[in-house]
Design a protein around this ligand. Structure first.
Ligand code: HEC
Length: 170
């Protein structure tokens, strides 16, 4: 009936603790397997490889899905272009901002679609504008980078100088 003898009977037995550790380990391993199965090892896929290429790192895939170049995407782009028209003109002629229909580019050596996407998603800050006295908001004021891609597809139909290198699903 000593204090020590009494208290050692309380609490989990050695056996019980082993089970607890075992279950804990099981949950940990199962969680890891789930993550690898659903997200791939280190999140590798074409979309993320592309994003890393343009310096965005790995982001939640749903916010930067490069849409397919379909007739629907192009007509969506034509609609979204209205947001750009305020600064770049209804017919891409450029107002106080650069024309998007010729082959003179302030910000690109080669007008690749992937380069356009980079610039449009980022926008043009006050210190980045080359000629204009104004700025361009991120995504040119659009809500998603998917809309940005659609506008780019539309621009590509209007300006054949733009190099069509948008990554497409094979
Ligand atoms: C509020 C005005 C504004 C809006 C809206 C806007 N832009 Fe711009 N855009 C600018 C400015 C300012 C520049 C940089 C001009 C400079 O560097 O002198 C620019 C630059 C660009 C360039 C680079 C042009 C070049 O010659 O290198 C592209 C491409 C472009 N914008 C596309 C778009 C698209 C597409 C949209 C719509 C999604 C859009 N912009 C919306 C103001 C705007």
């Amino acid at each position: 009936m000593s204090e020590a003898g009494h208290s050692s009977k309380k609490g989990p037995s050695k056996h019980g603790l082993a089970w607890l550790y075992f279950l804990f380990g099981l949950v940990f391993v199962a969680g890891g397997m789930y993550a690898i199965f659903y997200h791939g090892f280190l999140g590798q896929n074409n979309q993320n490889a592309y994003r890393q290429g343009i310096g965005q790192g790995i982001v939640v895939p749903t916010i930067d899905i490069v849409p397919e170049r379909t007739a629907k995407a192009i007509s969506n782009g034509e609609t979204s272009y209205k947001t750009c028209a305020a600064c770049h003109g209804t017919n891409l002629e450029g107002l106080a901002c650069p024309s998007l229909k010729d082959n003179e580019w302030l910000h690109f050596k080669e007008p690749k679609e992937t380069e356009l996407a980079k610039l449009i998603n980022h926008g043009v800050g006050a210190s980045e504008a080359i000629k204009a006295k104004s700025v361009m908001p991120p995504r040119g004021g659009l809500e998603s980078s998917t809309q940005v891609w659609e506008v780019i597809y539309y621009l590509s139909t209007k300006n054949t100088n733009i190099i069509k290198d948008a990554p497409q699903a094979k």
